[in-house]
Design a protein around this ligand. Structure first.
Ligand SMILES: *Cc1c(COP(=O)(O)O)cnc(C)c1O
Length: 367
């Protein structure tokens, strides 16, 4: 047995790319039994009547058959709900993570670079690594604003194949302002992907900028709206771009159950709109309440989470204390120099937010 074990290890190291064996896998902490305020999920379930209707729809699913390769029912429903002009094509992914991967694959190659402001969504960097591409992270200012001059000079120097701009940004929650965004899109020689994962929680909406720029794509997801378990990401843009990216998509990437469920959910989208509107209200309330606690700095957010800075060196203990109290939030301290002492808290409904606040209050008063 040990001999086989050794042989496996030898061959793994001989054949798997060294830049892959050197990577750490994306950590997803065990959340069993914990109140989950770490991953920007919608905490609401569906009304019972809607669940019953959905289950009827699923009862007719033919899982012995391959799904429709283009998911036209889902795309039509998306066009209606998101008001997508017929001039633009839609490409669906197994979450927007898959879309990031497909976009990167389409432009990858020796000396091809992905550029993004930092800190931002970590998958931009990780996927660049998976594909052996160069990744350039351009630091935000200390207040998480876009450093326009630095961005422009890095774009000029690196000539990136893709620039990813998350608006609102994760994990900082803020918007960077139309003027700066326009300057960046105009300066970028390659694609610019505006990642609108949090579109349900903000007034900002860059879909109509597709009219202005030949190098812009808009990316969205149903995850943060309340369908994280479905895995459905949405890429919107000019058919000429999407036609090429689509060639890299594996056939049937959107399975039968996802197609039926997404179409059903989109036909009842008012339910999700009410939920996300309430979560947006709760974000304002929670921001005030957190800011009133001793020693915490809370940043303005346009998303369904709040970025919080603790006193110096306090983030790890605060994260652990909440965990001991049965609450899981995201520790950001250590992930990027600008995020020292930071944690990220997903906004939930009132009673769960109160549970968080009481636990935080107990911890901060004992610290
Ligand atoms: C959560 C998130 C995504 C990924 O969403 P999925 O559709 O669940 O893969 C993409 N971009 C940003 C900025 C996010 O925060």
């Amino acid at each position: 047995m040990t001999e086989l074990r050794d042989q496996v290890d030898t061959r793994v190291h001989r054949w798997v790319r060294p830049d892959i064996t050197g990577l750490a896998a994306y950590p997803v902490p065990d959340s069993t039994g914990l109140l989950k305020l770490d991953a920007m999920e919608n905490p609401y379930g569906w009304p019972d009547a809607l669940t019953a209707q959905w289950q009827e729809v699923l009862a007719n699913a033919q899982v012995n058959r391959y799904p429709h390769p283009e998911a036209p029912g889902v795309k039509d429903a998306l066009r209606t709900v998101m008001n997508i002009d017929p001039r633009w094509e839609i490409l669906l992914g197994n979450g927007s993570d898959e879309l990031i991967q497909l976009i990167a694959m389409a432009v990858s190659g020796a000396d091809r670079t992905i550029l993004a402001p930092e800190p931002s969504f970590v998958m931009y960097r990780m996927i660049a690594r998976f594909l052996g591409m160069d990744y350039v992270g351009v630091p935000l200012t200390a207040e998480f604003e876009l450093d326009l001059e630095l961005m422009l000079s890095r774009i000029e120097r690196e000539q990136p194949a893709v620039v990813f701009l998350a608006q609102p940004n994760n994990p900082t929650g803020n918007l960077w302002g139309d003027e700066k965004l326009r300057r960046i899109i105009e300066a970028a020689p390659g694609l610019v992907v505006m990642d609108e994962a949090y579109t349900a929680f903000t007034e900002a909406d860059y879909l109509n900028w597709l009219d202005d720029y030949p190098n812009l794509l808009i990316m969205r997801t149903l995850s943060k709206v309340g369908l994280a378990g479905l895995r459905l990401g949405i890429l919107i843009g000019d058919p000429a771009w999407l036609e090429q990216i689509n060639k890299l998509r594996l056939p049937y990437n959107i399975n039968n159950l996802t197609q039926l469920s997404a179409q059903f959910a989109l036909e009842h989208f008012d339910v999700f709109e009410q939920q996300t509107a309430e979560l947006t209200r709760q974000r304002h309330v929670l921001q005030q309440q957190l800011a009133a606690l001793p020693g915490l700095k809370v940043y303005d957010s346009q998303a369904n989470f709040l970025l919080v800075r603790t006193g110096p060196g306090q983030a790890v203990a605060l994260h652990a204390a909440l965990r001991d109290a049965g609450i899981l939030i995201k520790k950001l301290d250590g992930s990027h120099p600008l995020l020292a002492d930071c944690v990220r808290i997903t906004v939930s409904f009132e009673s769960e937010n109160q549970q968080l606040l009481s636990a935080l209050e107990r911890h901060l008063n004992n610290a």
